[in-house]
Design a protein around this ligand. Sequence first.
Ligand SMILES: O=c1ccn([C@@H]2O[C@H](COP(=O)(O)O)[C@@H](O)[C@H]2O)c(=O)[nH]1
Length: 236
Amino acid sequence: MEREPIIALDFPSWEQTEQFLAPFDQEQLYVKVGMELYLQNGPFIIERLKEMNHRIFLDLKLHDIPNTVHQAMKGLASLGVDMINVHAAGGVQMMAAARAGLDEGSINGKRPVLLAVTQLTSTSEEAMQADQLISVPLHESVLHYAKKAKEAGCDGVVCSVLEASAIRNACGEDFYKVTPGIRLKDGNVDDQQRIADPREAREIGSTMIVVGRPITKAADPVAAYHHVKALWEGQS
Ligand SMILES: O=c1ccn([C@@H]2O[C@H](COP(=O)(O)O)[C@@H](O)[C@H]2O)c(=O)[nH]1
């Protein structure tokens, strides 16, 4: 199992990203490039991070008609990232098209891990019911999306820690449960709703955790990263 917390590089420019990464020295990290960084800077960002030997989760959450997602994934596969995602709400056909695009575009037969976002960790049950007109409890909606993602050929899902054990029971140990919404006990919650700390994520059974602001906004980001990592690894 991957034990590095994935750091969300939510910055607008390469200069700010490079400045953030510099104090980590030669440490090999698992980083997440999301919409903010990728859409303003493009594939250049991926090239630079790969040169630095970091592993990369490209978090673009594609959601469009199957043909568009197929072609987009075919192109993105050639970037050589380690993990990539779509929105499960796009449906089984769209998720299967994403998988086919990755298979076609992958380099040397090695494709990125494909995840599907279930319900965003910033979504509460009340908001889901009001905004999306979904009347089942939130954990049922997440579980439904996880089963559909598996059926479509995805390797796993993005969910909160709170749903990870139900997904493991339904979809198996090897099905990835990648969990953002990670917060330290005494830290800010920000816009996240379904949160847990790194220790709970390990105990409940996340495959990987994604951590942004608790590290990037910390007074000492390297110390914050190692604190999160120690909790996640069970060393403190
Ligand atoms: O459901 C989701 C899916 C993706 N994210 C992303 O993870 C990070 C979390 O950052 P924090 O600063 O730790 O809140 C961010 O890049 C989101 O786009 C998510 O939070 N929830």
